[in-house]
Design a protein around this ligand. Structure first.
Ligand SMILES: C[S@@+](CC[C@H](N)C(=O)[O-])C[C@H]1O[C@@H](n2cnc3c(N)ncnc32)[C@H](O)[C@@H]1O
Length: 267
């Protein structure tokens, strides 16, 4: 009888833990900012951590983000015919902008971000001229871009940081030419489920420590970054959202069991 009780207790503990991990994974006390506070929170905190951002990416992805970013540009070129105008939204320190700038057939490559400090690091990777530019701008209000004016629009780890994902995607659709291509790289949901437990432990417990070490002290942005994935749609849902907004030929590719995901969508 006592044995049965013990087994039942164990079963309960496991199923309770399952639910806990899948739904919320609250591995520390960090709370995401509200949508109203998010833009200022994200902007000022990226300004603060800009100096550590590139090495943080290298460490937390075991340098893999570099090849995912190559993939972004490769897919964008594959889906376009004779593209001339490319925009890298939420360009941050300019990794994808720099890759786009190396495509000599582009007449114009523009990196846009609202964090001036992140852009100051992007400057060091680019030869800025009439063809390659950086702009301070808001991904949810692309004032500088006309309707139907862009052939290729890329975004790397930016979409989960905007406060209104659908508004941002609608802006992207507005500025793309008919037939233009959007390639988005961001985090995804890890499958199978048993791997998700390891991935969550890594992202919520280990990744912030890399950030603190590189930055030189504790900074909540390194907790925000993994937690921001929790309010971001999984790969299947993001595909659905893109289709609902009128994008077509939407597909996605998982990297490392869905830790990162690249979506390709056409207008
Ligand atoms: C995680 S970083 C990604 C940087 C770069 N794309 C990369 O892949 O390494 C996210 C960037 O998005 C920018 N960002 C977030 N929300 C934005 C918005 N509404 N408008 C413009 N930039 C935004 C941040 O300032 C930050 O530089």
């Amino acid at each position: 009888m006592e044995k049965l009780h013990k087994i039942n207790k164990m079963k309960f503990a496991v199923s309770e833990k399952d639910q806990f991990m899948e739904e919320t994974t609250p591995m520390n006390q960090y709370e995401l900012p509200s949508p109203e506070k998010k833009p200022e929170y994200v902007k000022s905190n990226f300004d603060h951590i800009a100096k550590a951002y590139d090495r943080f990416n290298d460490w937390n992805s075991f340098f893999l983000h570099r090849s995912w970013k190559n993939w972004v540009v490769k897919e964008a070129l594959k889906e376009s015919s004779d593209p001339k105008i490319a925009v890298d939204l939420c360009c941050g320190t300019g990794d994808i902008t720099a890759r786009l700038s190396r495509v000599k057939s582009f007449q114009s490559v523009t990196g846009i971000d609202f964090s001036e400090n992140m852009l100051s690091y992007a400057k060091t990777k680019l030869i800025l001229d009439n063809r390659v530019k950086l702009q301070v701008g808001d991904a949810m209000n692309l004032k500088s871009l006309k309707n139907d004016s862009v052939d290729i629009l890329t975004m790397g780890f930016g979409l989960r940081n905007v406060s209104d994902l659908k508004k941002c995607l609608s802006e992207i659709k507005r500025v793309l030419k008919p037939g233009g291509v959007f390639v988005n790289l961001d985090v995804g949901r890890v499958r199978p489920k048993f791997l998700k437990y390891f991935a969550d432990f890594y992202f919520f417990k280990i990744v912030p420590i890399f950030g603190y070490l590189l930055y030189g002290s504790k900074h909540e942005m390194f907790d925000y970054l993994p937690h921001s994935a929790k309010s971001y749609p999984d790969q299947e849902n993001l595909k659905k959202i893109l289709e609902e907004l009128g994008f077509h030929s939407v597909r996605f590719t998982n990297f490392v069991f869905g830790n990162a995901v690249g979506h390709v969508a056409k207008k």
